[in-house]
Design a binder for this molecule. Structure first.
Ligand code: HEC
Length: 102
């Protein structure tokens, strides 16, 4: 009995952590991000390594859907087609690292 309760708790915790980009792999997302030099423009706007664009107080993305929309917009800027899987991977990376949407 005790053991199954612990199992259920583990399951609930794991799925809660998966969040809105559950089909994505954050490590793959980071690679896509780096390979496409996504921060190259963001650096010009916020300095540093560019990642402050995701944490600035007046950031423009405030929920998972806005993140998806913005990723599609910015992917166009680097000439990349954001497939469903890439969308999930990039989303998982950016969400787990910066946005933390549940
Ligand atoms: C051609 C330049 C350029 C490139 C390349 C670019 N971005 Fe952006 N991105 C911007 C600008 C400019 C903004 C800020 C827009 C604003 O403040 O209104 C932005 C903002 C964002 C935001 C929203 C930040 C916030 O305020 O919450 C995300 C997410 C994002 N970019 C993702 C990406 C990803 C993923 C890539 C790589 C596929 C990428 N960007 C490549 C120019 C670029």
């Amino acid at each position: 009995m005790k053991r199954s309760a612990a199992l259920i708790l583990t399951f609930v915790t794991a799925s809660a952590m998966a969040g809105p980009f559950a089909d994505g792999n954050a490590q793959t997302g980071k690679k896509i991000f780096d390979d496409n030099k996504c921060n190259s423009c963001h650096i010009g706007k916020v300095g540093g390594d560019g990642s402050a664009i995701f944490t600035r107080p007046n950031r423009i993305v405030n929920n998972p859907q806005e993140l998806i929309d913005r990723m599609h917009f910015c992917s166009g800027a680097v000439g990349m087609t954001l497939t469903k899987q890439k969308e999930q991977d990039l989303g998982a990376y950016l969400n787990q690292t910066y946005y933390k949407f549940k």
